[in-house]
Design a protein around this ligand. Structure first.
Ligand code: MOS
Length: 702
C-alpha cells in the first residue's frame, strides 16, 4: 500500500497543540519547588568587576542565593566543540573570573522563591567596576582585521582567500566596471520565544528543559562544562517558538541555570529578558564588503573581486560563508575572494538565518544590478548571459540548478515586462514605484543523522529522532516521510523529537533538517519493515534504528545548492522618503517539496526576514560602553503585519537524483537570501538613489 503523502499540503500535525496552548515550550516545564533565577549583566563594556555588595541583597525577601565569580563553583569546562562552535578561540567561561569582555556579560545570578523577588533583588545588587573603553565600532581605526584561521575550520566553504584566473588585472582591463562598498548592520535574532532553561539535579544527573536547536550538542556541552558523562545530562525541548539560529549554540545562561540549581539544591527556572537577548545569545555580525565586477560591453563578466569583513568577539573567531557564493553564481574566468574578521569587545556573533550567504549575496546582487544599468541590459538578461554550465569554483557539475527557470517563472508571474527600465520613471500618483530582482542561493547540505522506528501491534508506528522543530514544520514533514515509507496513513504515525536520549540528529539549522533527518527516518522505516518481514507477528513491538548520510562519492562529484529568484516592488514617497514594500515574489528550485503548504510558509517567513534586513533591522551600540541602545522591540524595528504586503512563493519542478534518496535540497535560509538585494534594487529603480548600506533609511532616499 502506498499513501503518497509526500508532496501533500497537509496542515501541521502539531497545529492544534500550538494554538490551544497544549504545546509546551522550555519555560512551561515548571518543576515542583523550583526557584527563579535572574542574570545580572555587566553595565560596562570592558574591564573588571572590583566589588559586589551581596550582603544587603541576600537579606531581601525570598532571596536564596546570590552567585558571583567569588562563590560560583570552579567548573572543569572540558574541551568541547561541535561544528556549531567557532573552531578558533574559547567559549565564555561564565562566573569563573572578574573579567568583563562585553556589555551585558553575566557577572552575577540572583536566585529567589519567586520571579518578582529575584528581579527586585537583581536590580538592587550593587556592583563596581574598573572600566575601560571597549572597541565596538568596526569603523574605528583601532579595529584591525585578522586573517581567520581557516585551516582549522571544519567547513570547507570558508577559506579566507580564494582565487581563480587573474581577477585584479582583468578588473583593471574591463571596459565596464562596478567597484563599490556594501555595508550591513548588526542584527539580533529576536524570535518570539526568549531563551529559557529549567534545570533540575538529581544527584549528579541533570535534566534541562531548554530552548535548543541542537539538543544532543547542548547535552555534550553542558556535560563538558560540569565534567559529567554525557549520559548524565538530559536535554528536553519539544517545541521552539522561533529561533533563526540563536539557539544553535549553548549560551552561558544554560550553564548559569544549572549552577544555580546545584547551588540552591532546587530546580531553577531561568528566562532571558528581551533586553538580555541582545547581549549574550549571538547576532548577525555587521559586515563590510567590497564588490567589484568587470564586464565586456555586451555583458559578459570578466572579473569578480569580493573582499568581505565580518565582526567577531575578542575571544572567539566566528566565521560565516560571506564570500562562498561568489565563486559559482555566475560564469567568469577570474574571481578573487578575501574574508577577514574584525575582533571587537562584543559577544560572539552567531549564525542568523541565511548566515553569510544572505550578506554576501546582497553585495553581489546589488553590484550585478548596478552593472545592468551601466550596460543598459535588463538585469535578468544580464544574469542569463552569465549562466554557468558547471560550478566554475569547484569545477564540478551542479546536481541540479534551476536559477534561470526560477527567474523566468517569477518574472512572468510578477509582471516584470511591465517595468520601464529607466530609474525614477514609474509612478503611482505622486509615489515613485520601482521593481527589483535578485538571485538567491544556499547550499544543499546533508549531515549524518539517525532515527528509530517502531511498529506497534495496533497497526500504528512511532518514530523518534533528537531533532528540533523551530517552526518549519519538522513534526509534520517527518510524519509524512515516515507514513509514506511505511505505507501508513499519517494519523497512524507518531513522530517525536527534542530529547537528547533519542537517536542523534545534526543541528536544526543550515536548511539541512529535511534532507538529513528525513533520510534517516526513511532508512529507519525501511529497516523496521525488513525486520517485520523476518519475524513472526507475535504481538510485540518491532523496532529498528538506522542512520543515513550522503554518499561521499556522489558528494565529491557534484556541487549541490538550492537556487532562487526574488522580485520586489516598492513605492517611495518622494517628499518624505517613506519606503513601502508593495509586493514580493520568490521562485525557488529546492528539489522535491515534501509539503508545499509548509514550504510556502517557510519562504514567506524568510522573505519577511529579508525585508527586515533591507529596511528595518539594526542593532546600535553606544561606542562609549558597547551598550546596545535599542535592545527592545520599540526601537529595534521588525516588520509587523501592517508593513508586510502580499508575499508569494513558488517552486519550480526540479528532480535532483544526486542529493539524497528523497531528492530534497533544503529550504529555509534561501528565502531570506535574495530578498534584501531585490528590495534595494527596487529602491534604486524607484528613486535613482543607490543605497549600499542596510537597512535603507528614509534619509538615504531623500
Ligand atoms: Mo539557521 S541560521 O542555520 O538556524
Amino acid at each position: 500500500m502506498t499513501t503518497n503523502v509526500i508532496g501533500k499540503p497537509l496542515p501541521r500535525v502539531d497545529g492544534r497543540a500550538k494554538v490551544t496552548g497544549a504545546a509546551r515550550y522550555a519555560a512551561d516545564f515548571n518543576q515542583g519547588g523550583q526557584a527563579h533565577a535572574v542574570i545580572v549583566g555587566a553595565t560596562v563594556g570592558l574591564g573588571r568587576v572590583t566589588g559586589i555588595e551581596t550582603g544587603p541583597v541576600e537579606k531581601m525577601p525570598g532571596v536564596v542565593a546570590v552567585i558571583t565569580h567569588r562563590n560560583a563553583p570552579r567548573l572543569p569546562y572540558a574541551p568541547h566543540k561541535s561544528y556549531i562552535d567557532p573552531a578558533t578561540g574559547e567559549r565564555l567561561h561564565v562566573l569563573q573570573d572578574d573579567h568583563v569582555r562585553f556589555y551585558g556579560q553575566p557577572v552575577a545570578i540572583v536566585v529567589a522563591d519567586t520571579l518578582d523577588q529575584a528581579e527586585r533583588a537583581a536590580a538592587a545588587l550593587r556592583i563596581s567596576y574598573a572600566a575601560e573603553r571597549p572597541l565596538v565600532d568596526p569603523a574605528d581605526p583601532k579595529a584591525q582585521p585578522v586573517v581567520p584561521e581557516a585551516g582549522k575550520q571544519p567547513d570547507a566553504r570558508l577559506p579566507a582567500d580564494t582565487a581563480r584566473g587573474s581577477a585584479d588585472s582583468a578588473l583593471a582591463d574591463a571596459p565596464v566596471k562596478v567597484d563599490e562598498i556594501y555595508e550591513i548592520a548588526r542584527e539580533n535574532h529576536n524570535p518570539m520565544e526568549p531563551h529559557a532553561t529549567v534545570a533540575a539535579w538529581n544527584g549528579n544527573r541533570l535534566t534541562l528543559w531548554s530552548k535548543s536547536q541542537f539538543v544532543v550538542n547542548e547535552q555534550a556541552e553542558i556535560a563538558a562544562v560540569f565534567g559529567l558523562p554525557p549520559e548524565n545530562v538530559q536535554v528536553i525541548c519539544p517545541f521552539i517558538g522561533g529561533a533563526f539560529g540563536t539557539s544553535l549554540r549553548t549560551w552561558p545562561h544554560v550553564t548559569l541555570a544549572a549552577i544555580a540549581a546545584r547551588q540552591v539544591g532546587r530546580p531553577v527556572k531561568l528566562v532571558l529578558t528581551r533586553k538580555q537577548m541582545f547581549f549574550m545569545t549571538g547576532h548577525r555580525p555587521r559586515t563590510l564588503q567590497r564588490m567589484a565586477l568587470g564586464a565586456t560591453a555586451d555583458g559578459k563578466l570578466t572579473s569578480i573581486v569580493h573582499e568581505g569583513t565580518g565582526e567577531t568577539s575578542r575571544y572567539e573567531e566566528f566565521m560565516e560563508a560571506l564570500t562562498s557564493v561568489t565563486s559559482f553564481l555566475y560564469s567568469t574566468p577570474n574571481v578573487r575572494t578575501r574574508y577577514r574578521l574584525l575582533p571587537l569587545d562584543i559577544g560572539t556573533p552567531n549564525h542568523m538565518r541565511g548566515p553569510g550567504e544572505a550578506s554576501g549575496v546582497f553585495a553581489l546582487e546589488c553590484a550585478v544590478d548596478e552593472l545592468s544599468y551601466k550596460l543598459g541590459i535588463d538585469p535578468i538578461d544580464l544574469r542569463r548571459r552569465n549562466e554557468p554550465a558547471i560550478d566554475e569554483g569547484e569545477n564540478k557539475p551542479f546536481s541540479s540548478r534551476s536559477l534561470m527557470k526560477c527567474h523566468d517563472l517569477a518574472a512572468e508571474r510578477f509582471g516584470w515586462s511591465r517595468r520601464v527600465p529607466e530609474p525614477r520613471s514609474m509612478r503611482d500618483g505622486r509615489l515613485l514605484v520601482g521593481m527589483g530582482v535578485a538571485s538567491a542561493s544556499y547550499p544543499a547540505f546533508h549531515a549524518p543523522a539517525n532515527a528509530r522506528a517502531r511498529l506497534l501491534p495496533d497497526g500504528t508506528a512511532e518514530v523518534e529522532v533528537a531533532a528540533s522543530d523551530m517552526g518549519p514544520g519538522t513534526y509534520t514533514s517527518m510524519t509524512q516521510i515516515a507514513a509514506e515509507t511505511l505505507g501508513l496513513p499519517v494519523e497512524r504515525v507518531r513522530f517525536s523529537l527534542g530529547r537528547s536520549d533519542y537517536p542523534p540528529a545534526p543541528s536544526h539549522g543550515g536548511s539541512w533538517t529535511m534532507a538529513s533527518v528525513g533520510s534517516a527516518i526513511r532508512a529507519a522505516c525501511l529497516a523496521v519493515q525488513q525486520e517485520a518481514a523476518k519475524r513472526p507477528q507475535d504481538g510485540r513491538p518491532i523496532e529498528a534504528t538506522a542512520s543515513a548520510q550522503r554518499d561521499p562519492d556522489v558528494a565529491a562529484r557534484f556541487s549541490m545548492h538550492s537556487f532562487g529568484a526574488v522580485f520586489a516592488e516598492v513605492a517611495v514617497d518622494p517628499d518624505v522618503g517613506t519606503i513601502r514594500l508593495r509586493r514580493a515574489m520568490g521562485a525557488y528550485g529546492i528539489g522535491r517539496v515534501v509539503n508545499p503548504r509548509l514550504a510556502r510558509s517557510q519562504c514567506i517567513g524568510g522573505m519577511i526576514g529579508g525585508m527586515g534586513m533591507a529596511l528595518m533591522e539594526r542593532t546600535v551600540l553606544d561606542p562609549r560602553d558597547g551598550r546596545p541602545v535599542n535592545a527592545h522591540m520599540a526601537d529595534y524595528l521588525l516588520p509587523v503585519n501592517l508593513d508586510i504586503p502580499q508575499l508569494e512563493a513558488h517552486f519550480v519542478e526540479e528532480t535532483d537524483p544526486h542529493v539524497n534518496a528523497l531528492g530534497v535540497k533544503g529550504l529555509g535560509e534561501i528565502a531570506l537570501v535574495g530578498m534584501a538585494p531585490a528590495i534595494a534594487n527596487a529602491v534604486f529603480h524607484a528613486t535613482g538613489k543607490r543605497v549600499r548600506s542596510l537597512p535603507i533609511r528614509i534619509e538615504d532616499v531623500l
